[in-house]
Every structure is written in structure tokens, then in C-alpha cells.
Design a protein around this ligand. Structure first.
Ligand code: FAD
Length: 553
């Protein structure tokens, strides 16, 4: 080896660590009712941090899915081929019940336990979490068609990954997708033009059968078995369950035109679809499609927040690890005061997002058990948090990437993948404006939701006067809920919730720095902190905050 090539002052590879070694997540898991799942989450966390899982995540992204529209003889097949690593990732996710399994698990905290598994395993690869998430999300919407739910829910919840296109009733486990967005409208789904025509006297599938014709501009995970589709029925926009393969074994009329060439999320396939007289079954009432599918959207929105928390934690961990080992100007980067401020700020953001995500997972769990106050709380808190957490993600990823200097800009570091993924959760399932407007709608039109939200903030009253003042200002601001202010108000509500959770349950150093930087009022004076990450007020115990983020290898 020539002497010029001695490698030094580079960090050791971050493999063989426990992704679940995450104090904010573990305490939230216990607090929200999932303590019984802790050991399983730790096992999955160790698997997620293994060299093998990391390699699978990389391979699944470096070898993206390929669309095969026809076989070699010219028959239409509409199949997507995945790298074996994708199937390995899916197998682990489904075996661990990160998909619909909680819906058949009666233990309190089942959804929180699943959230923790989703959070740690998602660090390996975000793309395969998409079908996992949609399978989780479809169940509450599907229950609007009790016969279909009885027939398919056990297969959706089965912890068996059964890849390949076959009639759904013949498979050992099913995966689901959603198909709403059309060329002329994604947020505005009422602009959908796909037509649903009732089948008269169809012997194959019984009553409630329709034939769907039209297109969808985005349908992810098109190798799923069942899709929740919006289409115009005689009585208006309605929700349908569409099998990829008909019960008689023939391929349904769901033709994949192209796969999207996406910024990130490259392991996952997102297709453009043409439905040509595709068989589908009505879910819920005709004309109430949005009301029905919103139940699915609510669950995927929760996963947008959880997935964002995962991405933040993953980027933070890489940054903290690098800074703990890399020396510049005679000191470890993590000990340079300005870098410590950057890392601590990233850690505070990450912990606040994780706390909110798990509070929402707890609300989903209790709402699934019939708790109406928790359902009302989730209605507003989820929309506001989806808006704000996802909005913070790209900046967080960019700043974490920069902590690695040039190495962070290189694919091998894993940072570019996290960076490319970061904007997606904000676009999907209600883009920023739509999520903020939804929070406003809940605030103004569902008083029980606003009441439950402020009752949650009240639980932290008196613990920190800066938070109390911020909540007081927020209440005043909400007296003008005009549309143009929706982002500002959603941000304010999300920050207040994060602050309240941190003050009650967070590590003192994290809570103090969060409230000081995100909520304290400068009253027009120089605030002592700025808008970029790494501008925390002086006096922040950065070392205590960073310790919680630095992986132990
Ligand atoms: C990787 C990926 C995967 C996806 N997978 C799926 C899938 O599986 N199934 C599916 O159905 N869809 C899927 N989508 C589509 C996604 O849900 C839509 O892109 C999203 O809902 C936005 O719709 P749109 O693209 O039509 O944008 P538009 O609705 O045209 O919105 C454009 C912009 O206008 C804003 N806007 C819209 N209405 C208002 C308003 N009233 N006031 C102010 N601003 C407004 C939006 O916030 C957005 O910023 C996927 C998208 C991506 C990127």
C-alpha cells in the first residue's frame, strides 16, 4: 500500500448498531401503551442496523423496479419486476406485522407497537414502506363494506408476504394500494373522471359489482392485490375495492402505462394506470367516496408523520456519528461549539417529531378502540402535524447531510437517499397547503376537535411560562382563521403540540431548547436564535441533547 493512501480521520461504518436505541421513541412507545412490544421493537431495531439490512436497502434503491407490460409473445401482463432485496425487505416488514396486523390484534397499544416497528424498520428503506402503509390504511375504509372486510381483512392482516399476481382469495397474504389521483386533479379528487358502471346480474362477484373505466396518474405499489379506487358512479364519486386479478383467475383490466421516474423513493414503483372495464366492488355508499376513503387517508397521513420522524432520526444519527469521530481544527466536530449547536438543533427537531408521531399513533390506537375524544384530537392534530413535520423534513435532511461535508453529498453515505425522500411525505396524502387547510377546516368546523386539541395543550399548562404564553398567543391568532393564514396557523398548532409533549414528557435539555428556540417570544427584540438549524440560544445543553442521538457502536 503506497504511503499516500493511509486512511485516517474517517468515521467507522455505522453498521451493527441498534436503530431502536432511541430514548424519545422508546419512552413514547411505553407511554402510549406499547410497552409490551419493546423487546420485539429492539430486535427489529438491531436487524435494521445490521450490515445485511443496510445492503438490502441500498440494493433495492440501486436496482429500481422494471415494468414489463407484455410477455415475450406479446400478451399483456402488466407486471413489475423487483430486485430480490425488495422482496427481502417486504418479507421482514410483513412478518413483523408492520402492515394490517394491528387491526386483528386486540391488545391495547397494538397500533403504537406497529408504529414503533414501522419507525425503526423504515430506516432501512422508505420505498417499501409505501405498500406496507397502504395495507395498514385500507382496513378502516374497507370496513364500510362488511362483507368485503370479512372476506379480505384476515388475508390483509396475515403475517405472510405472498408476492405475485393471483386471485386474492387464493393467496396466503395480501397487499393493498390506493388509486385516486388523476391527471386533471390530485388534491381535488372530485374532478375524477373515471367512470363506474354497475354490473347488471353479474354472477361472478355478486351484488355491488361495477366496471371501472378511466385513468389514474399515480398509483403506487401496483403489484398489490387490492386497490381502493375512486370513480364516478351514477350517484357521484364513490369508493371501490378493485382486485388486481379477478376471482376467476383472469387479469383484471388494470393496465400499467409507465412507471414514474421519481426524485426519490426509487425502490418503490409508482405507476400510471388505465382501467379498462376493470371489475371492482362498491365500498360504502355510492356518492360518498371521499367520506369513505378519508378513513384510509387518515392512516396513511399518520405514516407520513411516522416516516418523516424515521427519516429525521436516520439523518441525525448519521450526522451525530460522523461528528463524534471526525476531527477538524484539533477537535472532534461534535465538540466544536457551532457544530454542537447544529447537531443539537437537528436532534431537537427529530425528537419533537417523534413525540408528536407517537402521540398520534396512540390517538389512532385509542380511536380504533372507540375513544371519541381521541378521534377528535387526532382529526386536528394529525392535519397540523402532517403539515408541519413534513415541511421541516427537507431542510433537516439538507442540514444533516452537510454535517458530513463532501461525504454527505456522496451516495455511499446514505444521505442523498434520505435527502431525496424528504419532500415526498409532504406531497403525498394532502400536499402542504391541503394539509394546512384541512387543519383549519377541523378547527373551524369541528368544535369538538379544537376542544380536544386545546385540552391536550392544557395538560402542559403551568409547566413552562414560555409555552403558556405561546399557547395564549396561538389562541388569539386562531380568531382569524382565513385561508391565506392556514400555513401559519397549522405551524403554530403543531409547534404548540410538540412543545406541550416535550415539556411534559421530554428530556429536560431537549424540552428547554425546543421551547426557547421555537416558542419563546422575542417581542420584537433580537430573539437570540435564527431561522436556520444551528442557531440555538446560548445556554442550551447541547452535549446532553447530542448524547441522545449518537449511536453506540
Ligand atoms: C411518489 C408519489 C407517489 C404517489 N402515490 C400515489 C398513490 O399511490 N395513489 C394516489 O392516488 N396518488 C398518489 N400520488 C399522488 C399524490 O397523492 C398527489 O400528487 C397529491 O395528492 C397532489 O395532487 P396533484 O399532484 O394533483 O397536485 P395538485 O392537486 O394540482 O396540487 C398542486 C399544488 O397546489 C396546492 N393546492 C391544491 N389545492 C389547493 C388549494 N385549495 N389552495 C391552495 N393550494 C392548493 C397543493 O398543495 C400543491 O402544492 C403519489 C405522488 C407521488 C409524488
Amino acid at each position: 500500500m503506497p504511503p499516500t493512501h493511509e486512511v485516517f480521520n474517517q468515521p467507522p461504518a455505522l453498521t451493527g448498531y441498534d436503530v431502536s436505541d432511541d430514548p424519545a421513541m422508546l419512552s413514547a412507545l411505553r407511554r402510549e401503551g406499547g410497552a409490551w412490544a419493546q423487546e420485539a421493537v429492539r430486535d427489529l431495531g438491531r436487524l435494521a442496523g445490521s450490515a445485511q439490512a443496510q445492503a438490502q436497502g441500498r440494493q433495492a434503491n440501486e436496482n429500481p423496479p422494471v415494468l414489463r407490460t407484455h410477455d415475450r409473445f406479446g400478451h399483456r401482463i402488466d407486471e413489475v419486476e423487483f430486485h430480490p432485496a425488495w422482496h427481502e425487505l417486504m418479507t421482514v416488514a410483513v412478518q413483523h406485522g408492520l402492515h394490517a396486523a394491528p387491526w386483528t390484534d386486540k391488545r391495547p397499544g397494538a397500533h403504537v407497537a406497529r408504529a414503533a416497528g414501522f419507525y425503526v424498520w423504515g430506516a432501512v428503506d422508505a420505498g417499501h414502506c409505501c405498500p406496507v402503509s397502504m395495507t395498514y390504511a385500507i382496513v378502516p375504509a374497507l370496513r364500510h363494506a362488511p362483507d368485503l372486510a370479512r372476506r379480505f381483512e384476515p388475508l390483509l392482516a396475515a403475517q405472510y408476504y405472498d408476492a405475485g399476481l393471483r386471485p386474492p382469495d387464493t393467496k396466503r397474504g395480501l397487499l393493498a394500494g390506493m388509486s385516486m389521483t388523476e391527471k386533471q386533479g390530485g388534491s381535488d379528487v372530485r374532478a375524477n373522471t373515471t367512470r363506474a358502471v354497475p354490473v347488471q346480474g353479474d354472477g361472478e362477484a355478486g351484488g355491488g359489482s361495477y366496471l371501472l373505466t378511466g385513468h389514474k396518474w399515480f398509483t403506487s405499489a401496483p403489484m398489490g392485490d387490492l386497490f381502493m379506487v375512486l370513480a364516478q358512479a351514477p350517484a357521484g364519486l364513490s369508493c371501490f375495492l378493485l382486485p388486481r386479478v379477478r376471482p376467476d383467475g383472469s387479469r383484471n383490466g388494470m393496465h400499467l402505462q409507465r412507471l414514474k421516474d421519481k426524485l426519490g423513493n426509487r425502490s418503490n414503483a409508482s405507476a400510471e394506470v388505465e382501467y379498462d372495464q376493470a371489475l371492482a366492488w362498491l365500498v360504502g355508499e355510492e356518492g360518498r367516496g371521499v367520506r369513505t376513503i378519508i378513513e384510509m387517508v387518515n392512516m396513511t397521513r399518520l405514516d407520513c408523520v411516522l416516516g418523516t420522524a424515521t427519516g429525521m432520526r436516520a439523518a441525525l444519527t448519521l450526522a451525530a456519528h460522523h461528528a463524534a469521530h471526525r476531527t477538524a481544527f484539533g477537535r472532534k466536530l461534535a465538540d466544536q461549539p457551532l457544530m454542537a449547536s447544529v447537531l443539537a438543533d437537528l436532534a431537537i427537531e427529530s425528537e419533537a417529531t417523534t413525540m408528536a408521531a407517537f402521540r398520534l399513533a396512540g390517538a389512532a390506537d385509542r380511536a380504533a378502540g372507540g375513544d371519541e375524544a381521541e378521534a377528535a384530537f387526532r382529526r386536528l392534530a394529525l392535519a397540523a402535524t402532517k403539515y408541519w413535520a413534513c415541511k421541516r423534513a427537507p431542510g433537516h435532511a439538507a442540514e444533516a447531510l452537510e454535517c458530513l461535508g463532501g461525504n454527505g453529498y456522496v451516495e455511499e453515505s446514505g444521505m442523498p437517499r434520505l435527502y431525496r425522500e424528504a419532500p415526498l411525505a409532504s406531497i403525498w396524502e394532502g400536499s402542504g397547503n391541503v394539509a394546512a387547510l384541512d387543519a383549519l377546516r377541523a378547527l373551524t368546523r369541528q368544535p369538538e376537535s379544537a376542544e380536544a386539541f386545546f385540552a391536550e395543550l392544557d395538560l402542559a399548562a403551568g409547566a413552562d411560562s414560555r409555552l403558556d404564553q405561546a399557547v395564549g398567543r396561538l389562541r388569539k391568532e386562531l380568531s382569524d382563521p382565513s385561508e391565506a393564514r392556514a400555513r401559519y396557523l397549522a405551524e403554530g398548532m403543531a409547534l404548540a403540540l410538540q412543545g406541550a409533549l416535550l415539556v411534559r414528557h421530554g428530556a429536560p435539555a431537549v424540552a428547554d431548547a425546543f421551547v426557547a428556540s421555537r416558542l419563546a417570544d422575542g417581542s420584537g427584540e433580537f430573539r437570540g436564535w435564527g431561522h436556520a438549524y444551528g442557531t440555538l440560544p446560548s445556554g442550551t445543553d447541547t452535549a446532553a441533547v447530542i448524547r441522545r442521538a449518537t449511536p453506540d457502536i
